[in-house]
Ligand binder design. Structure first.
Ligand SMILES: Cc1ncc(COP(=O)(O)O)c(C=O)c1O
Length: 434
């Protein structure tokens, strides 16, 4: 039996309609930006393996860090124990994340980083004797993960509807989705008027709001929506003026994806709580971080043990994952990775802008190492154009996974100029032929 036949017999894949989906790709190995299949195909990873890979697959230095750590300690309970990789990673992180976030709480994926952030915000207010502050304000088109709290915070959508009875209510405000401006305005002449909706939500929930949770600069799974930095600055200012916490979900945007090490840097803001995962370990192992200010942390310090943050996971601060994350941060320094991302951004812009105005292209958006082509129409995630495009690119040796009518290219930063140029050419040809 082939690997795919054996897979078909026992496996159930994520976000996959098992009855109608084509066979999965049998991946045998990876190197740089390429995946190699069992049956001899070489395929470029244009989605960074679900947005996690940044330095390329099977990187020798990351492999070495992982092997070295496995020889020391592979995993140990993180309540009552600590270890060098967890401490060293925390020391390195507080030096690169927005200034003021001094406390690192580990978990084990993006959804859990968000769950921990939401719980931390609510308990912060409870410990500060304001237990009535329980409302969470999020944005339309947001995606924060698939656990129940993260789903509640996400847009009410196809992804969450079946679970609606489990979800807690949140208040949702307009995002700055300029191509489909919620106010019908044009970015060239607007005053970021869409922020008014967040101001209204804060006003109407005055005294009840715990936190505003956003994906800064780039809303990912909800449509690859790129923000004007002024909106992000406005979110911070509104949180300050209403005295509520700001949570930045940088699970996707963290570690260079938007052209800055962290998306919050585009507006020079520090959130009260920051969520990280995905590229944290360069795509090697699951690890989550919820970073907080010293002010948040202080609210949990008490002689009363009931004020403890009761949250944790078996694999919290897994030493293997922490060791690879440290090695990845070193690569940023050694290889001038951020300069590479900025060059890639320019290349994506030059390569995709020619599609603007061409039917059926509605919008072209580029930020950092993400290039987006939004096609006209609004079939949403289930738009048949998505799988059709995916199949057309795969035939050419490029792995892309459009979100319905929203096509995006999000390669590892390690992609070379000529590899990126090849991929952009495929995108221009396929989209141009629609
Ligand atoms: C912004 C954002 N937050 C949270 C998550 C959830 O991360 P995970 O899939 O690791 O649970 C994702 C995943 O795509 C994401 O893009």
């Amino acid at each position: 039996m082939s690997l795919v036949d054996r897979d078909r017999k026992h496996l159930w894949h994520p976000y996959t309609q098992m009855l109608t989906q084509p066979d999965p790709l049998p991946i045998a190995r990876g190197e740089g930006v390429y995946l190699y299949t069992d049956d001899g195909r070489k395929i470029m990873d244009g989605v960074s393996s679900w947005w996690v890979n940044i330095h390329g697959h099977s990187h020798p230095k990351l492999n070495a860090a992982l092997a070295a750590q496995a020889r020391e300690i592979e995993q140990v309970i993180f309540a009552g124990c600590t270890h060098r990789p967890a401490v060293e990673l925390a020391e390195r992180l507080v030096n690169v994340i927005p200034a003021g976030l001094n406390r690192i709480f580990y978990s084990d994926n993006g959804s859990t980083a968000v769950e921990a952030a939401i719980k931390m915000a609510l308990q912060y207010w409870r410990n500060r004797e304001q237990p009535q502050r329980t409302t969470l304000i999020t944005l339309h088109h947001s995606y924060h993960g698939d656990t129940v709290g993260a789903m509640s915070a996400s847009e009410d959508s196809l992804f969450t509807r079946a679970f609606a009875p489990l979800l807690f209510p949140v208040v949702r405000a307009h995002p700055p989705y300029c191509y489909r401006c919620p106010l019908g305005l044009k970015r060239a002449t607007c005053q970021i008027d869409c922020l008014g909706d967040l101001a209204r939500c804060l006003q109407e929930n005055s005294g009840k709001t715990a936190a505003v949770l956003v994906e800064p600069m780039l809303q990912g799974a909800g449509g690859m929506i790129v923000w004007p930095a002024e909106f992000l600055a406005g979110v911070r200012a509104l949180c300050d003026s209403h005295g509520v916490l700001m949570i930045a979900d940088e699970v996707l945007t963290g570690f260079g994806r938007t052209g800055r090490m962290f998306a919050c840097e585009h507006a020079g803001v520090t959130p009260d709580i920051l969520c990280l995962s995905k590229a944290l370990t360069a795509g090697y192992l699951p690890l989550g971080v919820t970073a907080a200010t010293e002010g948040i942390y202080d609210a949990f310090l008490s002689e009363d043990r009931g004020k403890t943050f009761f949250h944790g996971h078996s694999y919290t601060a897994n030493p293997l994952a922490c060791a690879v994350a440290i090695a990845s941060l070193k690569l940023f320094e050694e290889n001038g990775v951020m300069a590479r991302v900025q060059r890639l951004e320019q290349q994506l812009r030059n390569g995709l802008e020619p599609l603007r105005g061409m039917a059926p292209v509605g919008d072209v958006r580029v930020i950092g190492a993400v290039g987006v082509v939004e096609l006209e129409g609004d079939g949403g995630y289930l738009d048949q154009i998505g799988p059709r495009l995916g199949a057309a690119f795969l035939e050419r040796g490029l792995l892309l996974r459009p979100l319905g009518n929203i096509l995006y290219f999000m390669p590892p930063y390690a992609i070379t100029d000529s590899e990126a140029e090849w991929a952009l050419q495929q995108i221009r040809e396929v989209v141009g032929g629609l």
